[in-house]
Design a protein around this ligand. Sequence first.
Ligand code: GLC
Length: 428
Amino acid sequence: MEIPVRFQTYVTSRFGMFIHWGTYAAAARHEWVQHREEITATDYRKYMEWFRADRFKPEEWAHQAAAAGMKYVVITCKHHEGFCLWDTNYTEYKATNSPAARDLLRELVDAFRAEGLRIGFYYSLIDWSHPDFPIDSIHPDRNRPDVEVLNSTRDVRKYQQYMKDQVTELLTQYGEVDVLWCDFSYPNAEHNGLKGKGKEDWDSEGLHKLIRALQPDIILNNRLDLPPEYADFHTPEQVMPMEPVRVNGKPVPWEACHTLSGSWGYHRDESTWKSPEQLLHLLIETVALGGNLLMNVGPTARGTMDARARAALKVYADWMAEHADSIYGCGPADIPAPSGCAFTCKGDRLFLHIFSWPFLHLHLPGLAKHIRYAQFLHDASEVELHRGPFKDPLEVTDPMGDEDLLTLILPVAKPAPLVPVVELAYST
Ligand code: GLC
């Protein structure tokens, strides 16, 4: 089967920016604050008034994403709170009625396109503001004594139509959208006798049909609670897989999503920010297992990336400036990596990422006859090779390995990049 160009571009780009931006940024204590603190939709609305977005410069975000080496963006057009970043016709709960008073989505799309990034839309199936969204096991009102009464007037079919109307706006008013990221289904959830939601609640079949009709080759994720073949890619969240991801035993295209800290939305007081090493590790290991990484930032309610987020993006920018070749278009190598290292592979190139810097020698069994040349990626300086059994200089111990052993002779001091990469030219 021929792989559509759009999908191929998405897979080879390997690295995207997730943006969670909504009025929860004003509360600044997790995008699930409404659920966690059980805030009614009426009370929660105050955050729209404080969602200032007065320093929002989408060109700067786009520039930071591009500098970090990210090739696409997925933006939360609407998250579970229900607030819409675009000028939708179907609710008043939208950016144009906030102090920002404009279609923030359009500005963002224009700016990211101008930087050459592809556009993905995240659309929350869940909606805690919509009057026809039945209160379920995770709804902010789930513990109210009058849930049954409240639910008696809620008509999920009207909510389904609302979603279809909004998805139609998103897929007809912003040109070609590369990715649609619907979030999420929880058919097996249960709380106080309240159920979760899945394909019947969303009318996932109908929604899916509509999406494919509006943009036939849009790249769609897997969170509609439909059989896996409906999805173009799968979305393990905040996990590091141990092998290429499979669904029902079959390898599938996948994209891991991760946060810079322990929250998707801006969280002022959350302190589990990932270290520079962890940030690079996530990207490299994901590509080494054949996945994409969608790394999230949660901008503030003023529309800025805070200093911690900027610093994290800079880690990627500095490393990717020298090492993008070992990421774009790369996938797994079928050679096991030595301890503390990861391989990625593209054509006849093997890229050895060295997380834990060894002393002088790195042994690669089985490769002596297959590697023509080796160099560091960051400065194209040669890495000398020793082929065959490895002896200690005084030969006071037995030689190790066989004729097929390849040993890289590395500098004792680790070179400057946080994760140095040796590029190996392979021939069979
Ligand atoms: C979860 C959360 C959410 C976040 C998403 C990203 O499903 O509900 O807050 O947007 O993951 O994958």
